[in-house]
Ligand binder design. Sequence first.
Ligand code: HEC
Length: 253
Amino acid sequence: MRYFSTSLLLAACGLFLFNAQESRAQSATVLDGIYNTQQATRGKRAYARYCEECHLSDLEGGALEPPLVSVLFLDAWREDYLWSLYDFIATRMPKSDDYRPGSLKPQEYLDILTYILQRNDFPAGRDALSEDALHQVLLVSHDGPMPLPPNATVRAVGCLQPDGGGYRLEQAASPSRVRTSDETDEVELGRSATQELGDVTLALNNLDVLTTSKPLADLTGRKVQAKGVLNSLGEPNARLFVLSLEDLGSCNP
Ligand code: HEC
């Protein structure tokens, strides 16, 4: 759902909820045994029925279908909550003539997701993965959390400040990975509004041509959510190609 200014109230209601989620958010990664083998076995059966014809039994994919194993696959989805991968699968897959996207039960999608994790050598644990946990479990590489890959799409929260002829984001929190960069919604804005500032500085590109909901002059000095493509995280050259920019309120409340 797109964001409209009338949704501000909803965003405020979401704050409490997301505060609670955020505080637990760092606690789990896919290295922690966040599904169990029974679930992955169920997932294997569902995968064989709904996914295998395209992504194949070794999950390596084909000419048109991307692999669901390997570094390539993990690079596309790591440093993000499992929710993103789940949401992609549950809304866009399978895409065959026999089965429409989104036509499986949520539990089946969840089971298939755990099978994919198992085939990527992430360990099983005691408890099954629940839909609620998807927002709290980070997908990381086998070596644990790592810097984002180049050209990752991210959301950054910080203070908008003039920088020569352009702008930069100061006191920003570490950017987090997102799937869409040119739009937002009230849930995401609620999450950004409660996000604590940090010490990252990001140069901002593309603001001269971007259409923002408020004039840039009115946003200067404000806490903003900037989404876009990260060119590099290596200080001092960190640079964000901005595709959406939203006001979050005062920077020093
Ligand atoms: C008829 C062929 C077909 C079927 C069946 C199918 N897929 Fe796909 N899948 C694709 C194609 C083609 C893509 C390429 C990108 C796109 O269309 O979004 C894709 C992309 C994906 C991706 C994104 C991978 C990446 O890193 O970009 C995932 C994950 C995925 N499929 C999972 C599944 C799962 C799970 C199932 C079974 C529920 C499934 N697919 C069934 C054809 C298929």
